[in-house]
Design a protein around this ligand. Structure first.
Ligand SMILES: Nc1ncnc2c1ncn2[C@@H]1O[C@H](COP(=O)(O)OP(=O)(O)O)[C@@H](O)[C@H]1O
Ligand SMILES: [Mg+2]
Length: 402
């Protein structure tokens, strides 16, 4: 038994916390929110923000932790890598690699330098810069903070009148995260796909490609509502998507461990939107486990525990023909009543279901991906079948707010 500190107790870390407990470890959860959904599943909880490197180093010492790890969140990832580097503990990526995979301007520049196709893009410090880009390339464009995650401040802009509010929203987010700069790029038509992979001997191996279904709307743009396997793509198109993800990871020098990539595939080809040196934050690795039988959480834990066999864990679960993680989007307000999760769980094919916000807590408007309110994880015999199961299970759940 090891003492493992897991940075973050939100829904992106839930499965990692559960796995570490199942394997018999003492799990110390760290989060600024004592009501986060994973807190109750930890052996021990310590209240410290997931971006507080000093505080996390102190927590490691105070709790006599042997190892540190995380999954699913960019903020937690950055801090975890910094703490691991400082304390000389194993982690799958160093802070500099993570920086290249997080800062959107650095990421775009890295892709370009590595010959990976990127949409026309520019860096803007002023609204005039953004306007000049739009005049040159035409609308629609996408505006995003150069420092951001979870779709905070990401907007589609269709005309001049939408430019200033989108610019200001992205700028506010980016400034608060440390850099007064926004990225503007051409809007790409097409379908969006997630590549859930692991980098083995420097090469990305894909374990599951999902179709990434998003909530309609332009601001925020692209909040994921479901990750659906199989992707619905032909084998040839899926290979193009995986090739783009592999080229991106290579260009950014991400050479070990979890790799989650978002790719747009449309009439202009396959374009990489981003490469993350972690697993997806929306139960993506859970869908991957249901689809492939390979549990990437086991591998993440294997890296942190310096357990080579666990880091290379192969297929240890049943692989299903179809799988999905689908989110519940709540009505903003204070939660008065949560019901029906048991009914959802009783449906054949439903593996997990839950609501993240307890009675008395608040459902916030959907300004970013962290505001999603609950989820269902299911497997089935086909895309249609598994979506029907997830929708039925979601409709079993009542989340009443006032
Ligand atoms: N150039 C683009 N064209 C079309 N859609 C985009 C573009 N850039 C981003 N999006 C949509 O917005 C979402 C969020 O953008 P992304 O750059 O991944 O920001 P974040 O890191 O906050 O998730 C994407 O997953 C996608 O759905
Ligand atoms: Mg993204």
């Amino acid at each position: 038994m090891k003492r493992v500190l897991i940075v973050g107790c939100g829904f992106p870390q839930l499965s990692l916390i559960r796995l570490a407990r199942r394997l018999g470890h003492h799990v110390i959860g760290a989060d600024f929110n004592p009501r986060a959904p994973g807190v109750g599943e930890c052996s021990e909880f310590i209240e410290v923000s997931t971006n507080d490197v000093e505080g996390l180093c102190g927590a490691m010492q105070k709790t006599r932790a042997d190892a540190i790890t995380t999954s699913g969140s960019e903020v937690s990832l950055k801090a975890t890598a910094a703490v691991a580097a400082r304390l000389g503990l194993p982690f799958h990526a160093d802070p500099e690699t993570i920086r290249r995979c997080q800062e959107k301007d650095a990421m775009r520049a890295g892709y370009e330098a590595g010959g990976v196709p990127v949409p026309p893009f520019g860096r803007c410090e002023t609204l005039a810069d953004a306007r000049a880009f739009a005049e040159k390339h035409g609308f629609p464009v996408v505006i995003k903070p150069s420092r951001g995650w979870g779709q905070r401040g990401v907007a589609r802009v269709d005309d001049e009148s939408e430019l200033a509010p989108a610019f200001e929203g992205a700028m506010a987010q980016s400034k608060s995260a440390g850099l007064a700069m926004v990225v503007i790029e051409a809007f790409l038509e097409g379908g969006e796909y997630s590549v859930n992979g692991w980098i083995e001997e420097g090469r990305l191996v894909s374990y599951c490609v999902t179709e990434r279904l998003t909530v309609p709307g332009k601001r925020p743009l692209g909040v994921m509502v479901a990750e659906l396997y199989p992707s619905g793509l032909s084998a040839a198109d899926e290979a193009r998507v995986v090739d783009a993800a592999r080229a991106g990871a290579h260009a950014l020098g991400h050479t070990r461990g979890p790799c989650y990539s978002q790719v747009m595939l449309g009439p202009r080809g396959a374009y990489l939107l981003e490469t993350a040196a972690r697993m997806g934050g929306g139960f993506d690795a859970d869908v991957t486990r249901l689809a492939s039988g390979v549990d990437l959480y086991e591998r993440v834990l294997g890296v942190a525990l310096d357990d080579g066999a666990l880091e290379r864990a192969g297929r240890s679960h049943e692989a299903h023909p179809a799988a999905v993680a689908k989110f519940l989007i709540g009505k903003p307000g204070i939660v008065r009543r949560v019901e029906g999760v048991d009914r959802a769980l009783a449906r054949p094919g439903v593996v997990e279901a839950g609501v993240f916000i307890p009675v008395g807590g608040e459902v916030h408007p959907l300004t970013d991906s962290a505001k999603r309110a609950g989820y269902v994880l299911a497997h089935g015999s086909s895309r249609n079948d598994v979506i029907a199961t997830a929708d039925a299970a979601l409709s079993d759940i009542t989340l009443e707010t006032t």
